[in-house]
Design a protein around this ligand. Structure first.
Ligand code: ASP
Length: 405
């Protein structure tokens, strides 16, 4: 019975996606109407997701940590997770650079003379590290600062494990409370997710109505290159890891992931997709213990799609300025884009801000971002799909390794 419901939710999201494209294309002359009267319902839906995502992350990570009953075990899983994320992201950016160079000849040579782009002050690597640690107990929740919430959850979870020796009764009570609260928040999330098809329609339709096929225009080749890389990375890297490590057939993996992927495509937010991603990964058989820890972390620090986008855009922008990137510059891009992906928030448009850091690291003009800014949303939809699929692939792999121990 339950399975039937889940299947039908995926089907509903798919229908909503197709309808959004059709209605969006038909409404191109009424884009303002779509923006004023359809988008707000998408915003309500996103607001509800944002409302639930902080307690979900806090309690699900705490529940995951306390269920492991051993700080060393949490450390081992955390280490493997971060290693998986860093290696796959480095692969992603390399794929972006390789395909960027192959297709470079087809990129349009856009004029760069009257470009202006106000780059936000990029945070340095050290500041990124410092910003992981909260200085206040409630502010991380108020700001929805996911990395800080993760640190809070880890510290609280560790403390619960540590009191087991001195106060076993209290330990048991608190563990029960954490699990109960986690279940309550998951329930709220389930209610919100039932609205996904409406949310998907209302978020995507105005984007299509506003941008239409015209916007692709001169940048079609750059977009196509990025999408080819997204697909190659998913098909090659994730298929291999889920098959070799988790022993799951790639077709089965992508089929089960479809609802979360479609949702990521329409919302362009990894963090917003987190609740649905958790559900898909559970359906794939990953242990709750592992996925409740690996997925929130991934939604915050693992961005393979964003890394690909940064590689392709760096090559495109360099080409527009008539600059040929040297091998050492490309290696610098691999490094900075991997680090930039850690600092990228899982919200729409965040990757474009971090592109400034990547361009600066190799001395490319930051104003070049203006060349791709107009179509950022189209890049973003695809890169978010890859970002969350990468998190899920990690969850099933680490879950398998954990099971075997
Ligand atoms: N929108 C992306 C995400 O949520 C981040 C980005 O802009 O690259 O994963």
């Amino acid at each position: 019975m339950e399975k039937k419901n889940k299947l039908s939710l995926a089907g509903q999201i798919f229908v909503a996606l197709i309808l959004a494209v059709i209605v969006g294309l038909l409404m191109q002359n009424n884009a303002d109407f779509a923006n004023d009267y359809i988008k707000p319902f998408g915003t309500i839906f996103l607001n509800l997701i944002k409302f639930i995502v902080c307690p979900i992350v806090l309690f699900s990570i705490m529940a995951g940590v306390v269920s492991m009953k051993d700080i060393k075990k949490v450390g081992a899983i955390g280490g493997m997770t971060v290693a998986y994320y860093l290696v796959t992201t480095a692969f992603a950016i390399t794929i972006g650079l390789v395909f960027g160079n192959i297709f470079k000849g087809g990129f349009p040579a856009l004029s760069t003379t009257d470009l202006s782009y106000e780059a936000a002050e990029p945070t340095s690597f050290m500041d990124t590290i410092v910003n992981i640690f909260p200085s206040n107990f409630v502010k991380p929740l108020l700001d929805a600062n996911m990395l800080q919430i993760i640190v809070m959850a880890l510290l609280l979870g560790f403390a619960v494990i540590l009191i087991a020796d001195v106060a076993p009764d209290a330990n048991e009570r608190i563990i029960n409370d954490i699990n109960d609260l986690s279940n309550v928040f998951m329930r709220v999330m389930e209610m919100i997710l039932k609205l996904s098809p409406i949310g998907v329609f209302c978020l995507l339709c105005p984007v299509i109505a506003k941008n239409g096929p015209m916007i692709l225009g001169s940048l079609a080749m750059v977009l196509l290159t990025a999408y080819i890389c997204y697909i190659v990375h998913a098909v090659v890297v994730y298929s291999l890891t889920v098959k070799l490590i988790a022993n799951i057939s790639p077709i089965h993996f992508f089929k089960k992931m479809a609802p979360a992927m479609m949702f990521a495509f329409s919302s362009a937010s990894s963090v917003g997709t987190l609740p649905l991603n958790m559900e898909c990964v559970t359906n794939l058989g990953a242990s709750k213990e592992v996925s409740s820890f690996v997925l929130p972390l991934g939604a915050t620090i693992n961005m393979d799609g964003t890394a690909i986008y940064q590689g392709v855009c760096a090559i495109f922008i360099a080409a527009c300025y008539g600059i040929d990137l040297s091998m050492s510059q490309m290696l610098t891009i691999v490094l900075t884009a991997t680090l930039a992906s850690i600092g990228t928030a899982g919200v729409p448009g965040a990757g474009m801000v971090m592109l400034a850091m990547v361009l600066q690291s190799v001395g490319l003009p930051v104003e070049g971002i203006a060349l791709v800014a107009g179509v950022d949303r189209i890049f973003d939809m695809g890169r978010t799909v890859l970002n969350i699929t990468g998190d899920a692939s990690c969850a099933v792999c680490i879950s398998k390794i954990h099971e075997m121990k």
